[in-house]
Design a protein around this ligand. Sequence first.
Ligand SMILES: NC(=O)c1ccc[n+]([C@@H]2O[C@H](COP(=O)([O-])OP(=O)(O)OC[C@H]3O[C@@H](n4cnc5c(N)ncnc54)[C@H](OP(=O)(O)O)[C@@H]3O)[C@@H](O)[C@H]2O)c1
Length: 330
Amino acid sequence: MKVAVVGATGLVGTVMLKVLEERNFPITELIPVASERSIGKKISYKGQEFSVVGLASAVEMKPDVALFSAGGSTSLEWAPKFAEAGITVIDNSSAWRMDPTKKLVVPEINAKDLTANDKIIANPNCSTIQLVMALAPLQDKYKIKRAIISTYQSITGTGVKAVQQLENEYAGEKGEMAYPYPIHRNAIPHCDVFQENGYTKEEMKLVNETQKILDDRSIAVTATAIRIPVVGGHSESVNLEFENEFDESEVRKILNDTPGVTVQDNPETNTYPMPIYAEGKNDVFVGRIRRDHSRENALNMWIVADNLRKGAATNAVQIGEYLAANKLIG
Ligand SMILES: NC(=O)c1ccc[n+]([C@@H]2O[C@H](COP(=O)([O-])OP(=O)(O)OC[C@H]3O[C@@H](n4cnc5c(N)ncnc54)[C@H](OP(=O)(O)O)[C@@H]3O)[C@@H](O)[C@H]2O)c1
């Protein structure tokens, strides 16, 4: 298959290339794409060098599939042009996620809804993907009434500029700021832009995308998203209230049996998920599973995943694998 990686020079794009290589995605021709600034730059894939091209050239080269991670405005403008040329776009930005005509896909949950007519497929937000991976099997069994989420998000979720800001601050040097405040030795309760309702866009993504993926608008979701000076992945403290009674050991078993989820939960051995161990892994890790004694049918848990992997690149590549395996592309 001819595969274009749009945003190949960025944080997500770089991991995308790594994941495509690791999973041996059936690529006959790779087309790395980035902004005008990067045209001609060399990208290496499976020991071979490829030159970065611009978006217009990429459309002319007619790839079978284009994996987009180049920001919302690039996706809004260019995804339809790729789609019109018959190229299937898997988009990592927030541009199409809440469009009712576009599918928002976490393969383990809803890839079966995809058809060959889906030419622009939305990859959910990183913090949403790891959340719904743990919520979906519990929703099936106990029906979720309400979810309260607090996130502790990696700076890698903000792209190369944020990584540079933290490195500058470590080194005591001045430089371009990705955040309105220093991030080193700080916690910033502000991920993405503020909205009129007082929540940030990141917080509202957790609300709206969760309801769309689980196909249940009746689930009450509320979120607070915090940026912390961590690089390995996002962490989430999640409180769930179920419609039905549950058993803690059964919850552990259900999560353990869920493909793509690993339970790490043993207080006796100080076993729980942490971003330094989630980094570079494709799974979503769940721990600190315990009953919330302050409320009926309520549960607390802690969810960690590498936001650049399952939160972005791995999920997008899995969508591509599903499309290829079911002959929906290529
Ligand atoms: N980081 C995450 O955890 C995460 C998770 C899920 C989704 N996403 C989404 O993925 C996208 C990229 O995130 P990132 O963290 O990888 O950002 P990043 O490190 O800043 O990389 C941005 C990439 O987009 C390219 N780009 C920027 N403007 C472009 C344009 N006008 N035309 C073509 N290419 C352009 C850049 O190319 P140059 O190098 O040439 O500038 C670069 O390759 C964003 O939409 C983000 O919301 C990120």
